[in-house]
Design a binder for this molecule. Structure first.
Ligand SMILES: [Zn+2]
Length: 408
């Protein structure tokens, strides 16, 4: 056993110091004020009017993004640390009001460059809040910004009021430059959710200043041999999930997938009724999609009357095959003499099936189907025999005539 030496002790001290250091030595430029108030409970219920539906849905999406962003930040830097959870509820301590610009302006006063405005009530705990959102300006970043206030975040310091700039772009900038919460916004929330009440939060130096990129999971169900591509890149086959950045994507699947020589899959459509191979997906939350395919079997059709052909039919379908009425004239010079094709019957994989001109077959496997005919030369033979007999008879008569003339 090695006892810790003095040197080890110094190393340990330096390590402790280095661990604490990032919290005290931060980039002085990157800081955000808070309201210095915290919520009494970490689950915050939000009452959102159902109409306009688009505004309602966008607000729900914002709750999801703030929740996901905090979890993302915690998983990277402070695993299992407390986070706030925003939840839609019919009786929330946060009320959303969809209204017009004039109403917001009359309430907002100092914050007119935001088209939405938040009031917080209660001290030292936040117990309630009203978020006013202008229905004509339900923009994702703006609603996110207002909910940043709901959670207790203030504005990033303004660089120039006249040029409408903050010292750096951030969702919590007064002029709202940025799309999604930054690590700074999330670090501040991490402190608030941990029941700390800093007025001003610096980003620790071990945490880079970056934006959270919100994602959602797409759960796809395909037949095992079918691959799906997202934005042109193959993502897998069968049942799988893929994490996508929120926004627009194109999911593509093939029309046919060959299983073997006589079996294939044929695209039918998407589980929600979309009928095209390319699916335009605007993903805002976890989404489940399935793609339906039919199994098709190859049927080889042969007939004495025409060239062989192959057709694909859906598994389980019932197909009516028909052939021209029997007899059929031959398509050659003998037809003049009455040569014809006589129908023998249908043969499935070489086995006799039916002699009817129409046959209905349920497709449960690949098969070959033959419409078998045989040639009927009775008429031409009879004619040839008749001609031969006639020629023979006339020759015989001519011969006899000649003989009797000779006798004379
Ligand atoms: Zn604001």
């Amino acid at each position: 056993m090695v006892l810790p030496s003095k040197k080890h002790f110094v190393v340990a001290l330096v390590l402790v110091f280095l661990t604490v250091l990032p919290l005290v030595h931060a980039d002085p430029d990157y800081w955000i004020p808070t309201f210095g108030e915290i919520w009494a409970t970490r689950t915050i219920y939000v009452n959102i009017p159902k109409t306009p539906a688009k505004a309602h849905d966008m607000t729900v999406q914002v709750l999801t993004i703030w929740n996901a962003a905090q979890l993302w930040f915690a998983s990277r830097y402070y695993s299992n640390s407390p986070v706030y959870t925003l939840k839609e509820s019919s009786s929330g301590s946060v009320s959303v009001v969809f209204t017009d610009q004039a109403t917001v302006d009359s309430i907002a006063q100092g914050e007119k460059s935001d088209t939405g405005w938040t009031t917080n009530k209660g001290d030292p705990y936040l117990t309630g809040s009203t978020v006013y959102l202008v229905t004509t300006k339900i923009w994702l970043y703006l609603v996110l910004h207002e909910f940043g206030h709901v959670l207790g975040l203030g504005h990033i310091k303004v660089k120039s009021e006249s040029a409408k700039t903050c010292i750096y772009p951030d969702l919590m900038c007064h002029f709202v430059y940025d799309e999604y919460p930054s690590t700074l916004d999330l670090y501040a929330l991490h402190l608030l959710a941990g029941a700390l009440r800093p007025d001003k939060v610096n980003l620790p130096v071990n945490i880079p200043y970056v934006d959270f990129t919100p994602t959602a999971i797409l759960h796809l169900t395909l037949p095992f041999s079918v691959h799906a591509a997202v934005d042109g890149t193959d993502q897998g086959s069968g049942i799988f999930q893929v994490t996508l950045a929120l926004g627009s994507h194109t999911i593509s699947v093939p029309q046919y997938v060959t299983l073997d020589d006589s079996r294939r899959l044929d695209f039918v459509g998407w589980s929600d009724g979309w009928k095209y191979l390319d699916y335009p997906l605007d993903i805002s939350s976890d989404t489940t999609l399935a793609v339906n395919y039919n199994t098709q079997y190859k049927v080889t059709l042969t007939s004495s009357l025409s060239a062989p052909k192959a057709r694909w039919y859906d598994q389980g379908s019932s197909i009516l095959f028909s052939t021209p009425p029997s007899p059929q004239p031959m398509n050659n010079s003998l037809s003049v003499l009455g040569a014809k094709w006589m129908f023998d019957g249908w043969y499935e994989n070489g086995q006799y099936l039916s002699s009817s001109s129409r046959v209905s077959i349920s497709v449960v496997a690949p098969f070959s189907l033959e419409a078998r005919w045989h040639p009927d030369y009775i008429m031409p033979i009879a004619i040839v025999v008749a001609i031969v007999l006639a020629i023979g008879a006339s020759a015989f008569l001519a011969l006899r005539k000649g003989k009797s003339r000779n006798r004379m």
